[in-house]
Design a binder for this molecule. Structure first.
Ligand code: GDP
Ligand code: MG
Length: 166
């Protein structure tokens, strides 16, 4: 199995932390080079039976300029060409405007979207289900996977879920 997976999410939800955990420090540092309008490879995860190329898709943000529009278009084109989209959110902060903006953009693509609820180490277990319901009202996610990228909790499950779409 192999394929491309795009990662989207507003700043500070834990995208880099997740990539560090999955791929390792070395490549994650490479991926912190200054961003251009092109989508960059965040890292490649390889095991005996699976290879996933993770693409960072910056630029899905509120329109501010012609360049911003171009970046949004570039990012949206990428989302249409990958096998799956990982939409990372911060479970400890709840559903915010930044998340809603991205969800609206996701409605224009047909690619399966996996909702990754990160930072579950910072919430009480009983907070998770109501939050999931809020997200489910806005979008029909292919999968919903709660994780802690920092602690590595449930990241193996996430990789298994991604594998279903490769
Ligand atoms: P990015 O902007 O989406 O790439 O977010 P980062 O990976 O840089 O993470 C932003 C902040 O959230 C950092 O201080 C991380 O240490 C923290 N963080 C990321 N994942 C987790 C998590 O699972 N739990 C907690 N408690 N903090 C996290
Ligand atoms: Mg980052």
């Amino acid at each position: 199995k192999s394929g491309f997976v795009a990662i989207v999410g507003r700043p500070n939800v834990g995208k880099s932390t997740l990539m560090n955990h999955i791929i390792g420090q070395k490549i994650a540092i490479m991926s912190d080079k200054p961003q251009t309008t092109r989508n960059k490879i965040h890292g490649v995860y390889t095991t005996e039976d699976m290879q996933i190329v993770f693409l960072d898709t910056p630029g899905i943000h509120k329109r501010q300029s012609k360049l911003g529009d171009f970046m949004n278009t570039t990012a949206l084109n990428t989302l249409g060409e990958v096998e799956a989209v990982l939409f990372l959110v911060d479970a400890s902060e709840g559903l915010g405007g930044g998340d809603r903006f991205i969800i609206e953009r996701l409605k224009d693509v047909n690619t399966p979207v996996i909702l990754v609820m990160n930072k579950i180490d910072r919430i009480e277990p009983e907070q998770l289900l109501p939050l999931i319901e809020q997200y489910r009202e806005l979008y029909d996610f292919a999968e919903i996977v709660p994780i802690s990228a920092m602690l590595g909790n449930n990241v193996t499950t996430l990789l298994e879920q991604i594998g279903k779409y490769l």
